[in-house]
Design a protein around this ligand. Structure first.
Ligand SMILES: NC(=O)C1=CN([C@@H]2O[C@H](COP(=O)(O)OP(=O)(O)OC[C@H]3O[C@@H](n4cnc5c(N)ncnc54)[C@H](OP(=O)(O)O)[C@@H]3O)[C@@H](O)[C@H]2O)C=CC1
Ligand SMILES: O=C(O)[C@@H]1CCC=N1
Length: 253
């Protein structure tokens, strides 16, 4: 994720200098290839940067924060993209005055089509939050939300790409089973998803209205929708979103 953010900023010519630190120096080649400077110690990075992104897995946070112990946070802005880790948890280690933005991005930011949600603690000024919003806006859309919704939002943008890919795979597998060439089904279905999303965004019509436009009385769409609802499709999605939020809450404990 760190590379996706950094390379996106470089591609968009966002005015900034980039530095990276990772305990696995094999990762450095990729970052150096986009002009980011390698730091061989965390302190080097902390000294060089005004805005510091934390992009390690949630289970690595304790050791990362321990490495930072005692380093003056000063006016630095910290941005964490970890699922489930609250600004309060980070402030308990970084110090109560630490400026912390919590972000939930998603992998489509690799193709500048990301969707990111942000919140900040009270130490962050509106200008600083706006700066972080500008960063993520280079890579797609970026919305500011309340921290109490940061765990629930993960199902909506952070994890949802995986569900979309699963959905595509299920349709392509279903097409194959009915004798349709896999690649052809993939092309037609992806275009159908793209076109449907464009309809939602450009017509201003609700999902329900657009469903009505596709569904002829007694026709094929009614058959596919009825069959999905008999399998409790909407309920399964809502259940899966609750599971996602619960997992984020567990990670944060
Ligand atoms: N993947 C996604 O779609 C999304 C992920 N996120 C969040 O992004 C974060 C990063 O995920 P991802 O990019 O997949 O993670 P990766 O494991 O790919 O990258 C994290 C890197 O940090 C290194 N690292 C771990 N601990 C330390 C440490 N103490 N000091 C220095 N480097 C360290 C890791 O090394 P090593 O490999 O040795 O552990 C690894 O190279 C997660 O917190 C996740 O919740 C948020 C939104 C979407
Ligand atoms: O699976 C995860 O925990 C991370 C957070 C959102 C997407 N990937």
């Amino acid at each position: 994720m760190a590379y996706a953010i950094a390379s996106g900023l470089v591609e968009k010519n966002f005015p900034c200098r980039l530095f990276h630190f990772d305990r696995d120096s094999a990762k450095y080649v990729r970052f150096e290839s986009i002009g980011s400077s390698s730091c061989w110690k965390l302190e080097e990075l902390l000294e060089a940067c005004d805005t510091v992104f934390f992009a390690v897995k949630p289970q690595n946070f304790d050791e990362l924060l321990a490495q930072m112990n005692g380093f003056p946070t000063g006016e630095k802005l910290f941005v964490s993209i970890a699922a489930g880790i609250s600004t309060g948890y980070l402030a308990a280690s970084l110090g109560r005055g630490a400026k912390i933005v919590r972000a939930m991005p998603n992998t489509p930011l690799l193709v500048s089509m990301g969707a990111t949600a942000l919140c900040a603690n009270e130490q962050v000024t509106p200008q600083e939050l706006c700066y972080v919003q500008q960063i993520f806006s280079q890579l797609g859309v970026c919305e500011i939300i309340e921290e109490e919704l940061m765990n629930a939002i993960i199902a909506v943008n952070g994890s949802s790409p995986a569900v979309v890919y699963l959905f595509v795979k299920a349709f392509v597998d279903g097409a194959k089973e009915q004798g349709i060439d896999e690649q052809l089904a993939f092309r037609l279905f992806c275009q159908s998803v793209l076109g449907s999303v464009e309809m939602l965004q450009s017509t201003g019509k609700s999902p329900e209205e657009l469903i009505r436009m596709v569904t002829s009385p007694g026709g094929t769409t009614l058959a596919i929708l009825d069959s999905l609802e008999q399998s409790h499709f909407s309920e399964a999605i809502a259940d899966s979103m609750r599971a996602c939020t619960r997992r984020a809450q567990e990670i944060g404990k």
